[in-house]
Design a protein. Structure first.
Length: 466
């Protein structure tokens, strides 16, 4: 589909898993015209200025602004703390895990090439206090990127207030101002008002781009750029994907295939969608996907307003680790899942298992000698796919030629587009999250926000422990 990524779905077909649990070419032929119409509709919406996430890879002005902000801040910053949650954090985490070493924060400054990164996407007091303990000795060399599109989210607001108070008390108002960069709605919202009042530097969450579709904007790119990730390459990879996800022919459009295959399996009772990367670097892409798929597709009402209660349940697993945790269930439990492996063809580094010269290698271990860990990991993936298909469990694979910024950028756009297409197949609005708002409102009420007294009374009447 691009030089960086490819999609395989042979193991989802009846030839691999049998007629009862696999798709036939005729199934794809049957749904292809509807998918072509949906892809055309999305392209029309895009031309009309909607689906702005599709245009982010081409937004040179946005990239220039992010790079300029990175250039201004990178030199004096030893720690970067991202305060955000959901779509305002998961992309940052996924980019960092994919494209910097797992030991990044432990490396000495000259080998990191950027600040340590802490993405605080929770309000767990023990965790937050521990992070503050760690950064406090270097507070004067710590930057805070507060990310909130709405500017209202309680978790991010609380973290912001704590960080600002700490900065102001320790460094004074001016230095506190310099330490904070806010990524928020360019025009409205509470954070925007605070930015205007306090004079904080800010970057926009582009208009019309929801949190979970925002990783390729300043939301995801600022922290990535600060940590030395090649932003132009990430966007370049997404651009390389852009043409193929606009193709009308189902078999030529990888996003359409992902959406249609999962939709058809959903209709056949396979409503659990497992994403299983076979690379530690890709594990948080599966977390990012989980939010995208769940929050976009899990809806009570269809586009016509009727109750539909649809939505697949995305599940994250990690190969080979979860072979020893989940695969028993996946093979022998209910046949209600579709598996997507993320596979890496060429690992950035590999580790050789010593050759069998030593006489102290027992015969039963010698098969490993001289092989590499990368080969072992990929053999485990192939073996798991074989085992699952032998048990009539349909599987897809996304193959990464290597874990590069280009491939990761392409992956983000591919799954965002697949989500848009799946949304229309399910007949729902993939871009709102009314149920999340209900939880946010409930939190406001229980924390005593003015205007939410009625809701607080309702919650207490239900005797919800607080
Ligand atoms: O995808 C979404 O829209 C949500 O996950 C939001 O990103 C999340 O709720 C945080 O919202 P905000 O960025 O407004 O603080």
């Amino acid at each position: 589909m691009t030089p960086h990524l490819s999609l395989e779905y042979r193991s989802a077909l009846a030839d691999a898993v049998g007629d009862e649990h696999g798709l036939n070419p005729a199934d794809l032929d049957l749904i292809a015209p509807r998918v072509a119409e949906i892809v055309a509709q999305i392209e029309r919406e895009r031309a009309a200025g909607k689906r702005r996430y599709r245009d982010l890879p081409f937004d040179e002005a946005m990239l220039r602004d992010v790079v300029a902000a990175v250039t201004r801040r990178r030199g004096g910053c030893a720690n970067l703390v991202v305060l955000g949650i959901g779509g305002s954090a998961l992309g940052n985490i996924a980019l960092q895990t994919a494209l910097n070493p797992a030991t990044y924060n432990l490396l000495p400054a000259d080998r990191r090439g950027g600040p340590r990164l802490f993405v605080m996407d929770n309000v767990d007091p023990v965790q937050f206090a521990a992070a503050l303990d760690f950064i406090e000795p270097e507070l004067d060399r710590t930057c805070f990127n507060v990310i909130s599109k709405s500017g209202e989210t309680a978790e991010t607001a609380a973290q912001f207030l704590i960080a600002r108070d700490l900065l102001q008390h320790r460094l004074g108002r001016d230095r506190a101002r310099e330490a904070i960069l806010v990524t928020t709605d360019p025009k409205s919202g509470t954070m925007r008002e605070i930015v205007n009042a306090e004079g904080y530097e800010s970057l926009p969450v582009p208009d019309g781009v929801g949190g979970r579709f925002s990783v390729l904007s300043a939301v995801g790119l600022f922290s990535a750029g600060m940590c030395g990730i090649d932003l132009a390459a990430v966007l370049g990879g997404a651009r390389a994907m852009s043409e193929s996800i606009a193709r009308p022919a189902l078999r030529d459009n990888p996003a359409a295939l992902i959406a249609a295959i999962h939709y058809m399996f959903y209709q056949r009772g396979k409503r659990l969608h497992v994403m299983m990367p076979y690379a530690a670097a890709l594990k948080d892409l599966a977390d990012w996907y989980r939010q995208l798929w769940a929050e976009s597709l899990g809806k009570r009402r269809g586009l016509d307003g009727r109750e539909v209660f649809v939505g697949p349940t995305p599940i994250k697993a990690l190969g080979a680790t979860d072979q020893h945790s989940q695969v028993q269930l996946y093979r022998e439990g209910p046949n209600d899942k579709v598996f997507t492996f993320l596979v890496v063809d060429r690992f950035e580094r590999d580790v050789l298992i010593p050759p069998a010269a030593a006489a102290d290698v027992p015969e039963v271990m010698r098969y490993l000698c001289g092989a590499s860990l990368g080969r072992l990991l990929n053999a485990e993936q192939a073996a798991t796919e074989y085992a699952l298909t032998a048990s009539q469990r349909p599987c897809l694979s996304i193959r990464f030629e290597a874990v590069t910024p280009e491939a990761v950028g392409a992956f983000f756009l591919l799954y965002e587009a697949a989500t848009s297409i799946a949304g229309l197949l399910f007949g729902i609005n993939a871009y709102d999250q009314p149920a999340v708002q209900a939880g946010k409102d409930g939190t406001f009420a229980l924390m005593g926000r003015t205007g939410y007294e009625g809701l607080a009374a309702q919650i207490h009447a239900k005797k919800v422990p607080t």
